[in-house]
Design a protein around this ligand. Structure first.
Ligand code: NAP
Length: 474
């Protein structure tokens, strides 16, 4: 066993999202003498489950009850509202912990690199998602919903989420835990047409079938697919025979194409083989008015994939809201190596490397999207975190100067950081759930940091009889 001093192994996990919790769970299962501190810069745990998963996908969110069980293990502490990098530097963590696992996700967006991308009304889908999910840093995004047409660029599951939220009625959304400010704005929305745009053909789309099928179940929404978009490249057709998700997607799209348009209040158009080329402004020069797209054809690349190639034929689509949903991108944490092109921390199966293909940095590990890039579903992070923890437990770890848990507490107290621990979070959780109960909703989210800190503080009211997320009552 590489770690041989008598003190328990002290591990810092940076990021309280799925990968941080799965890494913690793996550590707890692997050994008894381990103490894990999970840091998050937000006062609330659960990362992308709280702030990324769509509010009308409550079933997916129920995974938080497993994370809450991990957090309640006496060997685990949640240190919320602590910004690693600002409140405590990454190098300072070495003084208190044998190892640090960076699992802070990939919250940034990817850009299209086309003219007009920064006009008002053009924004990353990631901002829109964070806004409707009540992320404290995105309350002021205020996407303009006063135009009739919104375009969503990209055909992954995030594109499907944002298109569905735009197409659903406010009454349907009111049954979810969507942030109150977003519900109020969407109630006033004038959007009637939501266009979802794929640059390749339906057979190359990234969404999953369950998510696609949901479009067809929306109340008062016509789903429109042009049968011409379903004529496939011979290679796509061949591949459909081997790829079950793509094949099922294609069947669903065929069924949409056969549906008669029913004069519904909103229309959701799925368009394929178009690339965005430019966003045009209105007379003010500031606000998006139209998207210029180019018709594509597919071409077999040397690597065997099918790439989109412009045909030179362009169209101009009026659009007052353009959401680019072309993937997330990780960002650097000061002091931690970063591989800019891929938006990840360079690593070898979870061991942080000084540079891509470089030497490992002793005691530093990474898990989740910031380790492998923004792909996969929540469960994918379990195997990913297990791989990282496996490497950590194999390695000779540096010995920290002061591994006592109270030492890091004292440092944060000296710096005036209001730490939200798991009991404080449970107070916030109960307040949100109680407000939800009152309004027939799963929860009403507290959005601002100030509200959360007040609700989580020791003087916050206790709510007798309100079940918390783990279902054991207050
Ligand atoms: P994604 O699945 O990688 O999809 C990105 C989409 O953007 C692709 O259709 C891609 O097309 C397109 N794209 C990229 N660059 C483009 C460009 N320059 N012009 C036009 N289109 C472009 O990413 P995501 O939707 O952000 O999802 C991230 C991960 O989260 C995925 O693994 C997803 O499954 C997961 N997720 C899951 C759920 C769920 O399970 N319900 C919900 C949300 C997210 P190409 O294929 O042609 O590159």
């Amino acid at each position: 066993m590489p770690h041989d001093d008598d003190a328990p192994l002290r591990i810092a996990v940076v990021g309280a999202g799925p990968s941080g919790f799965y890494a913690t769970e793996a550590l707890l299962k692997a050994r008894d003498d381990v103490l894990v501190d999970i840091f998050d810069r937000l006062p609330a745990p659960f990362g992308l489950v709280r702030y990324g998963v769509a509010p009308d996908h409550q079933k997916i969110k129920s995974v938080t009850s497993l994370y809450a069980r991990t957090a309640r293990d006496p060997r685990v502490r949640f240190l919320g509202n602590v910004d690693v990098g600002r409140d405590v530097k990454v190098d300072e963590l070495r003084r208190y912990y044998h190892a640090t696992i960076f699992a802070y996700g990939a919250p940034g967006d990817r850009r299209l690199g086309i003219p007009g991308e920064d006009l008002a009304g053009s924004l990353p889908a990631t901002d829109f998602v964070a806004w409707y999910n009540g992320h404290p840093d995105y309350c002021d995004v205020t996407p303009p919903l006063d135009g009739e047409t919104a375009v969503v660029i990209g055909v992954g599951n995030v594109a499907v989420d944002v298109a569905r939220i735009l197409a659903k009625s406010a009454d349907e959304l009111a049954a979810s835990d969507i942030a109150d400010h977003a519900l109020a704005a969407l109630r006033e929305s004038k959007v009637r047409d939501v266009m979802v745009l794929g640059r390749r053909s339906p057979a190359e789309a990234k969404f999953t079938t369950k998510e696609l099928r949901e479009f067809g179940e929306l109340e008062n929404v016509d789903v429109i697919v042009d049968p011409a978009d379903l004529e496939l490249h011979p290679v796509s057709r061949e591949r459909l025979a081997e790829q079950s998700t793509e094949r099922r997607n294609f069947e669903v799209l065929k069924s949409f194409a056969k549906r008669p348009a029913g004069g519904a209040a909103r229309r959701l158009h799925l368009r394929f083989l178009y690339s965005p080329r430019a966003l045009e402004s209105d007379a003010s020069g500031e606000r998006v008015e139209a998207l210029v797209v180019e018709r594509n054809r597919l071409e077999l690349r040397k690597d065997g994939s099918l790439g989109a190639v412009g045909t030179g034929v362009t169209e101009r689509w009026p659009a007052q809201l353009v959401l680019r949903s072309v993937g997330y991108h990780g960002s650097a944490l000061p002091g931690v190596p970063f591989y800019e092109r891929r938006g990840i921390i360079p690593n070898d199966r979870g061991r942080v490397l000084e540079e891509p293909d470089g030497k490992p940095v002793p005691g530093w590990y990474t898990a989740g999207w910031i380790k492998r890039g923004p792909s996969g579903v929540i469960g994918t992070n379990k195997a990913d975190a297990l791989e990282t923890v496996g490497r950590l437990l194999e390695d000779e770890l540096p010995t920290p100067e002061d591994p006592r848990p109270q030492a890091i507490d004292a440092l944060l107290a000296r710096r005036g950081v209001d730490v939200i621990d798991f009991d404080s979070w449970r107070r916030i959780d109960r307040i949100e759930l109680a407000a939800g109960q009152e309004h027939g909703r799963p929860r009403v989210k507290l959005v601002s940091r100030a509200e959360m800190l007040e609700a989580g503080g020791p003087d916050a009211a206790t709510l007798e009889g309100v079940e918390d997320a783990e279902g054991d009552g207050a």
